[in-house]
Design a protein around this ligand. Structure first.
Ligand code: ADP
Ligand code: MG
Length: 144
């Protein structure tokens, strides 16, 4: 487990871009953190780190956005409205898990805890002492 402090959205993106270099196909990132914590910002950094130049936006309405990188395909989920197994199934989550090039990044992962019964990486983003500070804790599967 490692804890970082960032002091701007840019710093959060840079941290995520660096983390992306250490990620592999099949990795699943489960975010913890409320609205405005910086989950979408962090995902933007992951995308940048994977060489994805398309703008990353919140998948609030689509539930999942797909970004094809050179090495990995990033699937960015918003599970805010997901209430159970049937809802989750309809997002394509289980299909994407089978994609041999997939990296999954999941906002509101609290809502799909029932499905996260395999090793995954948790990225918790909490407010810091100052307005633009964030405390980011990365843990999981022995690497972090
Ligand atoms: P979430 O997806 O968790 O709801 P967003 O990434 O959409 O959050 O928004 C985070 C907001 O917080 C943005 O308005 C961003 O500019 C702001 N912000 C301020 N400081 C930071 C920081 N250190 N890291 C990430 N976002 C920050
Ligand atoms: Mg978001």
């Amino acid at each position: 487990m490692t804890t970082y402090h960032t002091h701007s959205p840019q710093e959060t993106e840079e941290l995520a871009a660096a983390l992306a270099q250490r990620l592999n196909a099949g990795d699943v990132i489960a975010y913890r953190g409320t609205l405005g914590a910086g989950k979408t910002c962090f995902t933007r950094g992951l995308a940048a780190g994977l060489g994805i130049s398309t703008g990353v936006s919140s998948p609030t309405f689509a539930l999942v956005h797909e970004y094809r990188g050179e090495r990995l395909t990033l699937y960015h989920f918003d599970m805010y409205r997901i209430e159970g197994e049937d809802d989750l199934y309809s997002t394509g989550f289980y299909d994407y898990l089978d994609d041999p090039c997939a990296l999954l990044a999941i906002e509101w992962s609290e809502n799909i805890d029932f499905a996260l019964d395999f090793p995954h990486i948790t990225v918790e983003i909490a407010p810091g002492a100052k307005e633009d500070e964030r405390v980011i804790t990365i843990k999981g599967d022995g690497r972090f």
